[in-house]
Design a protein around this ligand. Sequence first.
Ligand SMILES: *[C@@H]1O[C@H](CO)[C@@H](O)[C@H](O)[C@H]1NC(C)=O
Ligand SMILES: *[C@@H]1O[C@H](CO)[C@@H](O)[C@H](O)[C@H]1NC(C)=O
Ligand SMILES: *[C@@H]1O[C@H](CO)[C@@H](O)[C@H](O)[C@H]1NC(C)=O
Ligand SMILES: *[C@@H]1O[C@H](CO)[C@@H](O)[C@H](O)[C@H]1NC(C)=O
Ligand SMILES: *[C@@H]1O[C@H](CO)[C@@H](O)[C@H](O)[C@H]1NC(C)=O
Ligand SMILES: *[C@@H]1O[C@H](CO)[C@@H](O)[C@H](O)[C@H]1NC(C)=O
Ligand SMILES: *[C@@H]1O[C@H](CO)[C@@H](O)[C@H](O)[C@H]1NC(C)=O
Ligand SMILES: *[C@@H]1O[C@H](CO)[C@@H](O)[C@H](O)[C@H]1NC(C)=O
Ligand SMILES: *[C@@H]1O[C@H](CO)[C@@H](O)[C@H](O)[C@H]1NC(C)=O
Ligand SMILES: CC(=O)N[C@H]1CO[C@H](CO)[C@@H](O)[C@@H]1O
Length: 506
Amino acid sequence: MTSWVSSVLLVAVGFLLAEAQRHYYTAAVFEHCRFGTRDDPPQLIVQTNLQYYTNATEAAKSKGADVIVFPEYGIFPPGDRNQLKDYLECVPDPTVIRVNPCEEQDAYSQKPILYTLSCLAKNNSIFLVANMGDIQNCEGDPDCPSDGVFHFNTNVVFDRNGTLLVRYHKEHLFFEAGMDLARKQQNTVFETDFGTFATYVCFDIDFARMSQVAQWPDVDGIMFTTMWVEQPPQMKSIQVWESWSIGNNSTLISSNIQIPGFYALGSGIFHGNQGALAYTFNPDGISKLVVAKVPKCNSESVPPESSITAITKNGTWEIEDDGKDVPMECSRMFLNDTDEIYTEYRCVEENVTNYNFKQLEGSSGHVEACQNGLCCTLDYSTDYLHERFFLGVFSGIYDHFGRYFWCEEDCILVRCEAYDDEPCATFPMKSNTVFRSIDLRANFTSQAVYPSVTESGMRLMPTNEWLYQRRDEKERSIHIENVSGKNLITVGMKGRCYERDPPYHR
Ligand SMILES: *[C@@H]1O[C@H](CO)[C@@H](O)[C@H](O)[C@H]1NC(C)=O
Ligand SMILES: *[C@@H]1O[C@H](CO)[C@@H](O)[C@H](O)[C@H]1NC(C)=O
Ligand SMILES: *[C@@H]1O[C@H](CO)[C@@H](O)[C@H](O)[C@H]1NC(C)=O
Ligand SMILES: *[C@@H]1O[C@H](CO)[C@@H](O)[C@H](O)[C@H]1NC(C)=O
Ligand SMILES: *[C@@H]1O[C@H](CO)[C@@H](O)[C@H](O)[C@H]1NC(C)=O
Ligand SMILES: *[C@@H]1O[C@H](CO)[C@@H](O)[C@H](O)[C@H]1NC(C)=O
Ligand SMILES: *[C@@H]1O[C@H](CO)[C@@H](O)[C@H](O)[C@H]1NC(C)=O
Ligand SMILES: *[C@@H]1O[C@H](CO)[C@@H](O)[C@H](O)[C@H]1NC(C)=O
Ligand SMILES: *[C@@H]1O[C@H](CO)[C@@H](O)[C@H](O)[C@H]1NC(C)=O
Ligand SMILES: CC(=O)N[C@H]1CO[C@H](CO)[C@@H](O)[C@@H]1O
């Protein structure tokens, strides 16, 4: 009898497990506070960071993760050509040769990064995505640098056996003088036992290709490594990750560095219209593992289980109060750069010099602003405007640090402060103004539009509390209605008219 009951139970449990497996997978991202300065020996830097990776992977596995994603420049710091040489390893091309570094210890004895990453995947039976540096001989190639090698900023993907599946060379470098641009456009798609994904790096998210690949019918999402420059008002890490996943109706699994004084923090797991399944945004100099269950095929039946875990030399603990260390200001315009890079948070504003801004006046009202055929309209009500809020509109070629250029259409409501002669120049992260309703609308020519709503304290407003709609061919809107009110700092829609982008030059 007992054995009959237990077999039935076993079958039932087995069925439930199998059923659950069909509906979701578990993803983990590690927001790593990279160890090491220029004064530390390279070997120590690599070893120490990989020790964090080991602890993070084991913690992820214990939480049932199927995949873990590590950040860009998570194992060694960016640097000039000579500084990088200490860290580069020649990465085989998995489309040409099948390799499993963990099982080929002798061949990889001089390649500690590839070896360890492969063993982490194998030992924990987990898919693993990480960023490293690839060095390739190029003598004879007319584009070969004078030192005879290419340096590539590279994502690698390992399967559960530790076999290398993907080697992707970053196609949009962001300055990065020590790295060379990918030789050609690559296909980064790979299969797992829970879906089909592609992988990209940081600046790639600003361009058309990553969004196009996310639209391929078989692709379930993007596994993304980054060391992002925080740019208010609309281009801070978590805003970008969430709005990208909503704007492309895709999944983004995004792992960022945590070095707040170098403008970098903010990671998470984002799923189409559901937005953030889990995210972290807290400038505290602590490495964190973020884990969430991701529904397959937009199935809504997954319990919203997620966690944030600190991974430190002192031990591992669960974090419940993410966001508590967000300060009021981050602008390096008046705070300047800082030496306290792990605890002081700095950001660099988007170039809003050519935006057309109109200040909100009165506790409720209607405001309109247009530029080059893009009209942005706001109806709002508050209890009282405690701070300065502006409606901003921009349409044209956006100038990114005087170096990169692309076509953009922006419509935003934002809290801002004046600086120098500009009425809206810096963007505080907190606000006491309580909004009860907002209707923000604009007539975009862009097909790809990225919406975001950010609450006071740099928290993403849950997506079930605001409505983003495409009302007709051109008009998009964000609607918020909340009787108890919301302290907001930014409500924005960023259109990307990719088809009008000038060619990318590194
Ligand atoms: C993988 O497991 C082997 C055998 O237990 C162990 O020697 C090795 O240190 C592990 N490597 C990593 C990177 O976890
Ligand atoms: C992984 O290794 C297992 C056991 O050696 C093997 O059965 C399986 O086919 C391997 N999977 C892949 C994708 O190579
Ligand atoms: C978003 O994608 C899911 C499948 O991943 C699909 O079921 C849904 O209809 C899509 N929604 C929109 C608005 O395209
Ligand atoms: C990793 O975990 C070990 C064992 O718990 C601990 O002693 C070590 O300090 C941790 N190291 C890092 C870098 O997290
Ligand atoms: C770890 O412990 C040391 C010594 O107690 C302390 O100074 C440090 O702040 C701790 N680090 C973290 C991340 O908690
Ligand atoms: C930032 O630097 C400028 C110029 O060196 C200085 O005048 C200003 O006081 C600094 N601001 C802060 C907050 O340290
Ligand atoms: C947007 O609306 C304005 C005002 O109605 C109009 O002048 C403009 O042509 C429209 N732009 C587009 C792209 O339709
Ligand atoms: C901002 O854009 C303006 C106008 O396109 C350009 O002149 C300026 O150099 C840009 N500033 C920065 C800091 O990129
Ligand atoms: C209004 O905001 C409160 C508190 O943030 C939230 O609990 C509630 O769900 C919101 N209501 C709506 C209709 O979104
Ligand atoms: C929801 C959705 O699919 N949005 C857009 C994703 O990006 C492409 C452009 O790359 C747009 O055409 C889609 O409409």
